[in-house]
Design a protein around this ligand. Structure first.
Ligand SMILES: Nc1ncnc2c1ncn2[C@@H]1O[C@H](COP(=O)(O)OP(=O)(O)OP(=O)(O)O)[C@@H](O)[C@H]1O
Length: 311
């Protein structure tokens, strides 16, 4: 539990990160992700609850945890006058068993801006340096706050490869990100936080499956009268009901025209639903020229879980 000005911004949030796995913490702006992670890093103290990092309380054992935990913060907190490679060598020297600095610098392409002071680095360059500093001491646990934000595709790929290797080396990686494809590609487990608590968690695949991992789309003439379609998809018998914005819903299915001529069916999709759609089309003399059954994305599940309103 963490309160600011009497308002609980994290309350009853349970989070476990395993070794040798990537745990992605997702959530809308202001959900409480940074606050939670900073309590784990010992940068803030919780007002209630229990935090253990590698078995230790970060509020009282920060000194013991420092050599074992790597932290990459969004704003970096880097000394602005320093030069990247010198800084990396300097930080590496503070650890008992640092990784090979030259190899790490090469992997993250730090050489191309080695002599530019931190204050003059671009956003993506600064992120790459912050990541190098977080992992140079061979941590057992690493916190990465939006690790590839602002990075070009090449740097992003290098970061993803590096995260994969950390996991293979048995490191516990805790990642906060707004990039759903990043979470989908990297995370073994995803934890979705909203209003200071966990609202869903599990492997990405499980999360997609539990939210009907397929979507059904079809293209046809624009402005079809969809009355009765949603009801017929569920096996019939349910009277149709119309919703907002041309949406037609019945039972567990809803159909709406997302852009003129493009229709999306939401709800459970199986071969019977597909057959019912084509039967309805035949009965209404509609010739669809594309029908696709696709996978749900993590982004669409995330939006279902947390809503579409801006925070
Ligand atoms: N020092 C502070 N004083 C008062 N309120 C704060 C403080 N730090 C954070 N908050 C509030 O706590 C809530 C949670 O903030 P937090 O930074 O943990 O969110 P977040 O999930 O990391 O968001 P984002 O995705 O935008 O980074 C927000 O409403 C924020 O305004």
């Amino acid at each position: 539990m963490k309160r600011y000005d009497g308002r609980a911004v994290v309350d009853g949030l349970d989070l476990v990160a395993e070794r040798g796995a990537v745990t992605a913490v997702l959530g809308p702006n202001g959900a409480g992700k940074t606050t939670t992670v900073e309590c784990c890093e010992g940068l803030r103290s919780p007002d209630g609850g229990r935090v253990r990092v590698l078995g230790l309380d970060p509020a009282t054992r920060a000194r013991d945890l420092r050599p074992r935990v790597g932290v990459m913060l969004q704003d970096g907190g880097l000394p602005t006058g320093a030069r990247p490679l010198e800084l990396l060598h300097h930080v590496a020297a503070m650890y008992a068993r640092p990784v090979d600095v030259a190899a790490l610098a090469e992997r993250l392409g730090l050489g191309s801006f080695a002599r530019t002071s931190v204050r003059r680095l671009s956003g993506g360059q600064r992120q790459r340096l912050a990541l190098a500093l977080a992992v140079v001491g061979r941590p057992e646990l690493v916190f990465l706050d939006e690790p590839s934000a602002g990075m070009d595709p090449q740097a992003r790929r290098a970061v993803w490869d590096l995260v994969g290797e950390l996991r293979a080396d048995g490191v516990a990686v805790v990642l906060t990100t707004h990039l759903m494809d990043e979470a989908e590609s990297l995370a073994d487990r995803v934890v979705v936080v909203d209003h200071g608590r966990v609202i869903a968690e599990g492997a990405v695949r499980e999360l997609l499956r539990s939210h009907d991992d397929r979507t059904l789309r079809f293209s046809a003439a624009p402005g079809l009268t969809l009355t009765g379609l949603a009801a017929s998809l569920g096996g019939g018998g349910v009277p149709p009901a119309s919703g907002a914005h041309g949406e037609h819903a019945a039972g567990e299915h809803a159909v709406h025209e997302v852009t003129p001529g493009d229709y999306v069916v939401t709800g459970h999709v199986d071969p019977h639903v597909l057959a019912a759609l084509t039967t309805w089309c035949a009965a209404h003399d509609v010739l669809p020229y594309a029908i696709t059954v696709g996978r749900r994305t993590l982004e669409s599940v995330f939006l279902d879980l947390t809503g579409r309103d801006l925070r």
